[in-house]
Write a protein that binds this ligand. Structure first.
Ligand SMILES: [Zn+2]
Ligand SMILES: [Zn+2]
Length: 71
């Protein structure tokens, strides 16, 4: 059962609900370059691996994610 990825509830950088307050350090150009640390759907801490191509992050419950292709 895969859910639409638009169901992002939590901030991937700090793990708090996205609706809660604002996230000045979690948005912007710099944060966009950093790998997510928390799953957007369950706020679990993800296993992050930095690879030569960028990074990959893995939630033990929701699986992996990878950066959007940049062209
Ligand atoms: Zn945040
Ligand atoms: Zn998850």
């Amino acid at each position: 059962m895969s859910e639409p990825s638009s169901a992002a509830t939590y901030c991937v950088h700090c793990g708090k609900p996205r609706d809660e307050g604002d996230h000045p350090r979690c948005s912007g150009a710099r944060a966009a370059l950093e790998p997510p640390r928390f799953c957007a759907e369950c706020a679990r801490r993800m296993v992050v691996q930095v690879t030569p191509a960028g990074w990959s992050a893995h939630c033990s419950r929701h699986g992996g994610t990878s950066p959007p292709p940049r062209n």
